[in-house]
Design a protein around this ligand. Structure first.
Ligand SMILES: [Zn+2]
Length: 364
């Protein structure tokens, strides 16, 4: 008898999910079949669900996934770090995969920008192998994915954001070149920003300043390493810039990080920097995020501005090591504070969309 598994299928934007069953075939020699133990709803899943960005439908959303190896293809011997893999091991993996050579991978060491790159949670469920997203019983791991074995000590709650939020934030803070003693401003204290505060501290920042308009996130940021926080909803733009600069003597912050998704926040963030300051944007994922900046100000103040999108597979390895090394210092497990079964996925999406939960998890 053919084995089957359940999937919460996304048929079209804003429609209820439908639980359907699909056949589970044997993993091919270069593939792995994972039985999902937890997946979380990312802001980008909500954007897809609400129709703000195109996503193949009917399909399975979700890319922040952990699970246990159910079948291991004969050609997969070890993970990215050369740890041997076996059926029953718990794993995470890069949220994207790419096969073959590419100019960006081979010449510029940017595999994450290879043309033809595919991401989990972005395929038609009708196509083989059906299971390529998070909100289901199973997920196939296809060739070109960076696989990472999880040590027993890390919980599913701590591990599930590694392959999206944590690895992305490792890439963003690396691009920001945070040095010992730096003052770092983080604009936006969602999951990315909270990890941003904690990673900035772990990279040696002396002072981290967190900004958000959601009061409970501002409070939470203190527990994730922010030394100073401001509720931006209560302040004018000019007052906010002046207040942040007053916290960064003598002339402003060394580093600014944008993970709030609002283009209007960028000029203010750059105004908070000292001469020679670095600014990295990681949240402007929507087209049309138009900026108005005075180029003369950028020039005279020696400001560096960088964009970061996706991450290198090495950032996933570093993300795991960061969480393992700092799990006693920061309450990572609390980020995933509500859990839902696959049947409750509509409620989970509603709660995640209205931001009444930080990260909603689906436990199939
Ligand atoms: Zn994500």
């Amino acid at each position: 008898m053919t084995r089957t598994g359940r999937a919460a299928v996304y048929d079209a934007p804003n429609l209820p999910f439908v639980i359907r069953r699909y056949p589970v075939r044997d993993a091919r020699p270069d593939e792995m079949l994972v039985r999902i133990t937890m997946s979380t709803i990312c802001r980008s899943d909500i954007h897809s669900y609400q129709g703000h960005r195109p996503n193949p439908a009917p399909g399975i959303l979700g890319h922040e996934i952990v699970g246990v190896i159910d079948q291991l293809g004969a050609n997969i011997l070890h993970d990215m770090r050369a740890d041997t893999l076996a059926v029953g091991d718990r794993v995470t993996w890069t949220m994207f995969f790419h096969q073959g050579s590419s100019y960006y991978r081979d010449v510029h060491d940017m595999p994450q920008k290879s043309p033809g790159l595919r991401k989990y949670g972005h395929d038609l469920v009708a196509d083989d192998p059906h299971f390529l997203g998070g909100f289901a019983d199973y997920c196939y791991i296809l060739p070109g994915t960076g696989i990472l074995k999880l040590p027993d000590e890390i919980s599913d709650e701590e591990a599930v954001p590694l392959n999206c939020g944590v690895a992305t934030m490792i890439a963003i803070t690396e691009a920001a070149d945070i040095d010992l003693g730096d003052t770092v401003v983080v604009q936006g204290l969602g999951l990315l920003g909270l990890y941003g505060c904690a990673i900035a501290k772990a990279r040696g920042a002396r002072r981290v300043i967190g900004l958000d308009a959601v009061a409970n996130r501002v409070a939470l940021a203190r527990r994730f390493g922010a030394d100073v926080t401001f509720d931006v909803s209560a302040m004018s733009g000019d007052d906010l810039v002046a207040a942040v600069r007053a916290e960064c003597p003598p002339d402003g912050a060394d580093v600014g990080i944008e993970v709030c998704g609002f283009a209007d926040a960028v000029p203010a963030g750059i105004a908070m920097l000292r001469i020679g300051g670095r600014y990295v944007t990681g949240g402007l994922v929507n087209p049309g995020s138009t900026l108005t900046l005075d180029g003369n100000d950028i020039l005279r103040r020696w400001i560096t501005i960088k964009g970061v999108h996706n991450y290198h597979p090495r950032h996933l390895v570093q993300a795991l090591d960061f969480v393992i090394g700092n799990r006693a210092r920061f309450p990572f497990a609390e980020m995933v504070e509500s859990k839902f079964s696959l049947d409750q996925i509509d409620e989970a999406f509603a709660r995640a969309a209205d931001r009444s939960v930080l990260r909603a998890a689906i436990v199939p």
